[in-house]
Design a protein around this ligand. Structure first.
Ligand code: SF4
Length: 85
């Protein structure tokens, strides 16, 4: 599983960093991004979800990462590169 932060939504409250600093990096302005590649160690998964629930901007999501079972049908849904309009 990976933690993903939408930096366009982030308003720099730093709540997430207060909850799970192991997974979050903040810049000089307080805006958050995922630490490293965002991979969540199993022991931090609960805290990661807590950070999701406590972000006022809904900027944080927990997503299935490579090699993790995340439900049925993983890997089948990738769309081929196509043209857009
Ligand atoms: S809690 Fe949400 S809005 Fe606040 S710093 Fe973290 S990601 Fe950004």
């Amino acid at each position: 599983m990976k933690i993903v932060i939408d930096t366009e939504k982030c308003e720099g409250h730093n709540r997430c960093y207060g909850i799970v600093p192991e997974l979050i990096e903040v810049d000089d302005f307080g805006y958050a991004s995922a630490a490293g590649d965002g991979t969540i160690p199993p022991e931090l998964l609960d805290k990661a979800h807590l950070a999701v629930d406590n972000c006022p901007e809904y900027a944080i999501t927990v997503e299935a990462g490579d090699g993790e079972a995340a439900g049925a049908g993983d890997g089948e849904a990738a769309a081929p590169a196509g043209d857009e309009g």
